[in-house]
Design a protein. Structure first.
Length: 262
């Protein structure tokens, strides 16, 4: 099965002829893609017919550069389409197509594999270009912050992934998640990633215990408990009442004395 696996529409500086499209054979046998058609959004560039003798081996990728295809990939969004030799791009549904929105310079739009506690999935995302290489694999974890962020040679925090819904995170060894200010500024990290905070992280693998943060989502924050001490003072009402009674008594005695003097 042939699929579009990566497009590079916005190289650094002037795009020129540096744009490209990648096709990959996901089948178990070689596939001859002679006369297959590559095209961008209908009404855009003229479809490119792949030359004779182009064969993709199983799990092999092939790059088709703009110098070959003359396909102009728009920086504000476009659709890349693949047609079989017998298909008419003006009237038939493509074998495969991908649509992207506004681009980011120097990044490619890649079909990436995501490994998580729930299994394996695929998604399209903007990544560092990998021409003629295997597209990146990302790792998605849910879990809790084991230790607060700290600065050593780089920004890191300790993260304990949850293995499954029926197993406690406490049984899992913690991982070191490295991050940069571009992904998460340290001030925000220090304020929100408190121990016990539940978080989802999307990462790339550095080693078995060290991962680079790509994106994150905070699910719940465990805030530090602030204990407020209050001092109880005796009520002033009893003392005030006694004072009022004394004043009334004094006034009464004075009036009584004056009355008897008359």
């Amino acid at each position: 099965m042939i699929k579009i696996t990566e497009v590079f529409p916005n190289p650094e500086g002037q795009d020129g002829n540096k744009e490209w499209i990648e096709l990959t054979n996901f089948g178990n046998t070689p596939i001859d893609i002679t006369n297959y058609l590559l095209d961008d959004e209908e009404g855009g560039s003229k479809p490119y017919k792949i030359s004779n003798g182009t064969i993709l081996q199983p799990n092999q990728s092939n790059l088709f550069r703009k110098t070959q295809t003359n396909l102009n990939l728009n920086n504000d969004g476009d659709t890349v389409r693949l047609f079989a030799p017998t298909q008419d791009p003006t009237s038939t549904t493509p074998l495969n197509q991908i649509q992207y929105g506004k681009t980011t310079q120097s990044l490619s739009y890649s079909l990436t594999t995501i490994l998580s506690q729930k299994g394996t999935s695929e998604t399209w995302t903007w990544t560092t270009p990998t021409p003629d290489q295997i597209n990146p694999t990302f790792y998605h974890f849910s879990g809790t912050i084991a230790e607060a962020p700290k600065i050593e040679e780089e920004f890191t925090f300790a993260f304990r992934p949850k293995k499954s819904h029926d197993q406690s995170t406490q049984s899992q060894p913690s991982l070191t998640i490295t991050f940069t200010e571009d992904t998460l500024d340290f001030k925000t990290a220090k304020a929100t990633l408190t121990p016990g905070t539940t978080i989802q992280v999307l990462t790339s693998k550095i080693s078995n215990s060290n991962f680079q943060l790509i994106d994150y989502k905070i699910e719940s924050v465990t805030a530090a408990t602030n204990t407020i001490t209050t001092t109880t003072y005796p009520s002033p009402l009893p003392a005030l009442s006694i004072l009022i009674l004394i004043i009334i008594l004094i006034i009464t005695l004075k009036l009584k004395k004056k009355f008897f003097q008359v």
